[in-house]
Design a protein around this ligand. Structure first.
Ligand SMILES: [Zn+2]
Length: 155
């Protein structure tokens, strides 16, 4: 896997043809389901649950880096990440939560929330796309319902 070509990347940096901007608000898109809309973010459940309980918090507006946000947006977004992580902890009972903000495939700020378990290698970050694990519709709906409930409780 390589970086996108320079022209395509420059356009995405400016929010043009950004695949995340196009479909983060949808109830379901190719890669994920909408769990909840918050003030500054959309919380989504990836269809690939290679890491059980993997959730992504997407900034609503297009920005490449956290430092591009105004102070209020920045603090609200970070609080929302913490709020979602608390719900993930409640539902999936991990021993630790990892927070990953990369944006190397699409430069639109988003944070992966990754629950870790004792049988994971603690020295290695989870490579989200290394394996694929898809669930049944019922299993996704159960996770979404549990996470929505936990988000409502911890707000
Ligand atoms: Zn975008």
């Amino acid at each position: 896997m390589t970086w996108k070509n320079t022209q395509e990347w420059q356009q995405m940096l400016q929010g043009k043809n950004c695949p995340i901007c196009e479909d983060i608000h949808l109830k379901e898109n190719k890669h994920s389901f909408l769990i909840k809309e918050l003030d500054q973010s959309y919380v989504r459940l990836p269809k690939n649950q290679s890491c059980n309980g993997w959730v992504i918090v997407f900034l609503k507006r297009h920005a490449n880096e956290l430092f591009e946000l105004e102070d209020q947006q920045q603090s609200t977004f970070i609080k929302e990440i913490a709020h979602v992580a608390k719900a993930v902890k409640k539902v999936f009972a991990p021993i630790k939560i990892n927070y990953a903000i990369y944006g190397n495939l699409c430069p639109h700020v988003h944070c992966h929330i990754l629950p870790r378990q004792f049988d994971d290698d603690p020295h290695t970050p989870i490579k989200m796309d290394e394996t694929e694990r898809f669930l049944s519709d019922d299993e996704y709906q159960k996770m979404i319902t549990q996470l929505r409930k936990a988000l409502a409780q911890s707000s």
